[in-house]
Design a binder for this molecule. Structure first.
Ligand code: HEC
Length: 109
């Protein structure tokens, strides 16, 4: 085997590592689009299809920076609201989802 056969692969992995956060956040967005967009506005604009469901960009920092938030995403985020289904994320996805949600927060107007 040629010793440098893997060099391009390493460069590739290093490159994607450097941009991991953005790629992760994009991945989380499409995950949330699939799972939550029936009710919530997932992206940085637009209203929620379900008027009772807060747009994700308005969840607020208190909630998102609560150390339990990532844990709750993993345990099955069950809201007090009955119409909201329970779902679970693995640890990696939960962290990526929280990171995405933090990234899109805007002030309510
Ligand atoms: C069937 C509709 C529906 C779906 C699907 C849904 N939600 Fe909700 N969600 C709601 C409603 C309605 C509320 C507001 C009432 C409440 O607080 O329970 C809410 C509130 C929330 C809140 C804030 C309230 C709290 O309990 O902290 C978060 C965070 C949230 N949803 C996350 C999600 C995520 C993440 C997904 C997708 C994985 C999702 N929701 C999918 C209907 C939905």
């Amino acid at each position: 085997m040629k010793p440098f056969a893997f060099a391009p692969l390493i460069v590739l992995l290093w490159g994607s590592f450097a941009h991991a956060l953005d790629a992760e956040q994009r991945h989380s967005q499409s995950l949330l689009e699939q799972m939550c967009s029936r009710c919530h506005a997932v992206g940085p604009t637009g209203g929620s299809p379900n008027k009772l469901a807060p747009p994700f960009r308005h969840l607020g920092e208190n909630k998102l920076y609560d150390p339990d938030f990532v844990q709750r995403l993993q345990d099955g985020y069950s809201s007090i609201h009955r119409s909201m289904p329970t779902f679970r994320f693995d640890r990696e996805s939960a962290e990526a989802v929280a990171s995405y949600l933090k990234a899109i927060q805007t002030k309510k107007h």
